[in-house]
Design a protein around this ligand. Sequence first.
Ligand code: SF4
Length: 322
Amino acid sequence: MVMRWSYSASRSFRQCQRQWYFKNVVASAIANDLFRKQVYLLSKLQSISAWRGKIVDDVISKTLIPSLNRGVRFTLQDAKNCARGLFDRQLAYGRGHPIDDLGLQVSKEGDDFTVFHAMEYQGELPKHEIQRAWCEVETALVNLFSMDDVKYILKSSDYIVPQRALQFTLMNDVTMLAYPDVIAFRGDAPSAIIDWKVHAFGTHDAWLQLAIYAIALSRCNPHRDFPSGFETQPQELALYEVQLLTSVVRKHSLEKEQIVEAEEYMINSAYEMACLTEGGKYVDLNIEDFQTTIHAETCQRCAFRAICWEKSHVGRDKLLSY
Ligand code: SF4
């Protein structure tokens, strides 16, 4: 079986192998096995803070960037209106929490589809957290529209590609997959990769994630809408980590040693996964071979708690028979 490696999967694997196994091996939207379908739906659970970050990402990638590419004016108020509409629709959908409907087809639910970790494990969405989430969506958008250096990069680009899948063969039977928030092609100037962060503190340095995106862009097969003859090296790219809640922009330049370090990180992580799974599929693998975390807080945040260790979780009795 060809395994997919991504930066987020590597982090999940390091946090808890069992969590990685649920998400990357067990979860299936198309399997007839109802347990696998349930795991798939659980894998879609989002924290309120991840959700509000995704709303910002979606407004940027689905409305702001297409407008920039078409040369159409798009104001802060337009962005806020789009965000508010998405926020309200997804909140209404998420409050319905249809996760026990094993016939649910996520691909047919459209943009409104949202399921919340808090609905699953607390039975409600705390009002103050929802209010704060909206304030932070607004703050992120206001900050974005006032960041002159970021606006300059976007407005001076010939063509901007949001959220595009980049993939290449990392090693035997392992495909590397990356979705940079933004790839900006800028004529003779170095192309840029931007990663939006909607973190309250913004202290995390995203250089490794951006280095991995840069390597992916240099090694993937260019998409048809990339500039003709496009090719690049990781060290040629301009890499920006944009903290939208704190207005901090970090520009990362890659030295040769950092590229080597990022490549080693990818290979070592993929090798660990490959050793554990040995190319096996769901039916070949034993859950007990995947270690559980020793950190209680990782379990608290985990989408799979219901099936992993909350055997007495309300409404999950039917799962226990699988
Ligand atoms: S509940 Fe805890 S041990 Fe189980 S998969 Fe999640 S993080 Fe791992």
